[in-house]
Design a protein around this ligand. Structure first.
Ligand SMILES: Cc1ncc(COP(=O)(O)O)c(C=O)c1O
Length: 445
């Protein structure tokens, strides 16, 4: 087939076929009542598949030109200076947290035994890096119907050992960034925004509207398929702080000191003439390690998919808002049975899902069982109360390694009475209306 063709022409022929293949075999058939409604799904077309195959044919494999493009475009979209692509949202949280342990941060570096304020009602890997490193998560309750940290508890959670606050914007709803940021500034604490479920959410602070993930010191994203956009597996860490960016990249790339991209050498011009640690003068900078790092890089194939997703991303955010509002309006009449979500003041959420807490007398498990049987996929608010999980068994017994501040009443309520359904951009009005009808039916049983 490629006889008489140069490489460029051959590639173009392949990509044309890929586009046709995608149109023919990956175009979703329209929704019909009775089809299962997932809580989330990938939304893509030929451009993602063409980019993926294009990158595969280049066969660079590791981070390369698509990674650069993605990092630059996401940073530009968010309005931050630096963005580092990583291989998952969990890796992004690990990378962000470990960056704050760097000796380059002097007195402000998080040390073993230092405390980090967080919540237990959420996803485990917001908290995991703290425990793995040997710092102490300090759990504060959340509010319902915002499902975010109760900022009235922040001062009570503070101790001499507090170094940071690290929390997620739950299901797209920004936490009270004004209160949390003021608290962090007042006490010289780091703020990490786990933005994995909130990409595209906005918050207005001091009259300026910004994207969530860009108001604290570091923000993180996940690109696992159910999230706001996808590349299969993937994540990002972003910051405006040049020192934090240098540290984030070092931890991501094996802990190395050098910042030359894969396949490039000596961009600083000092590869063989500097003194590091107790190494001999001029030791190859490419192999000088300033941190005990990881390899958290993603592949260029993932980044290639991400580049195509970014083009669609603003429309995804708008559709999520439309779906959320339609579902909320349709469910209004059931507000004697359920508590519906409320956006944080001064925010414009890019909703990840529609979260519902059952009022007294309504059994969450019965409701969930009914709507699942009617073909609607549901989710819990991840861990519910993380402290109740088997991974906490040893710590719960010894009472060591974490602290709670006051009672986690709403956290427990979420574990028992809360669930959520999707509002992803692939949903249409019919699907939303069917979900509303079914949720209302569930309490008429
Ligand atoms: C708030 C939050 N943080 C982090 C993660 C982890 O992301 P990943 O699955 O890409 O590791 C998730 C996953 O859904 C999440 O919801």
């Amino acid at each position: 087939m490629f006889e008489n063709m140069n490489e460029k022409a051959a590639k173009s022929e392949i990509l044309k076929l890929v586009a046709e293949y995608c149109d023919k075999f990956h175009t979703k058939k329209p929704y019909e009542e009775g089809d299962r409604i997932p809580y989330a799904s990938r939304v893509y077309d030929r451009s993602e598949m063409v980019n993926l195959v294009d990158s595969s044919l280049e066969f660079w494999l590791t981070s390369g030109r698509y990674t650069d493009e993605f990092e630059n475009k996401l940073a530009k979209y968010l309005g931050v200076r630096y963005c580092a692509l990583v291989n998952s949202g969990s890796s992004a949280n690990l990378n962000a947290f470990m960056a704050l342990t760097s000796p380059l941060l002097g007195e402000r570096a998080i040390k073993k035994g230092d405390e980090v304020i967080t919540v237990a009602a959420g996803f485990p890997t917001t908290v995991t890096p703290m425990i793995q490193y040997g710092s102490v998560p300090v759990f504060v309750d959340v509010t319902i119907p915002q499902y975010n940290i109760n900022v009235a508890m922040l001062e009570k959670a503070l101790s001499e050992k507090t170094k940071a606050v690290m929390i997620a914007h739950t299901l797209g709803n920004p936490f009270d960034l004004k209160a949390v940021k003021e608290f962090c500034d007042k006490h010289n604490l780091w703020l990490v925004e786990d933005n994995c479920d909130a990409l595209g959410s906005q918050y207005t602070i001091d009259g300026v509207t910004k994207f969530t993930g860009t108001i604290g010191d570091i923000g993180t994203s996940s690109f696992y398929p159910p999230h706001h956009m996808t590349m299969g597996e993937g994540g990002a860490v972003y910051t405006d702080n040049p020192l934090l960016n240098k540290i984030i990249r070092s931890f991501r790339d094996w802990g190395r000191d050098c910042s030359c991209p894969s396949g490039m050498d000596n961009l600083c011009g000092h590869r063989f003439d500097r003194q590091y640690g107790e190494l001999p003068l001029g030791y190859d900078h490419k192999y000088v390690y300033s941190h005990f790092g990881y390899n958290l890089k993603a592949t260029d194939m993932q980044a290639a998919i991400g580049c195509a997703q970014l083009e669609k991303f603003p429309s995804f955010v708008e559709k999520r808002k439309v779906n959320f509002n339609r579902l909320k309006a349709a469910l209004e009449e059931a507000s004697d049975k359920f508590i519906f979500p409320v956006a944080c003041e001064n925010s414009d959420p890019s909703w990840f899902g529609f979260i519902i807490t059952c009022k007294e007398g309504v059994n969450r498990n019965t409701v969930v069982d009914y709507i699942e049987k009617q073909g609607i996929q549901t989710r819990m608010l991840f861990a519910g109360n993380l402290i109740k999980h088997p991974c906490f068994d040893v710590m719960r017994k010894t009472g060591e390694g974490y602290r709670t501040v006051g009672e986690l009443k709403n956290t427990d309520r979420i574990m028992n009475d809360t669930f959520w359904v999707g509002v992803y951009p692939g949903m249409n009005d019919e699907m939303i209306d069917y979900m509303a009808k079914t949720i209302k039916e569930a309490v008429q049983q």
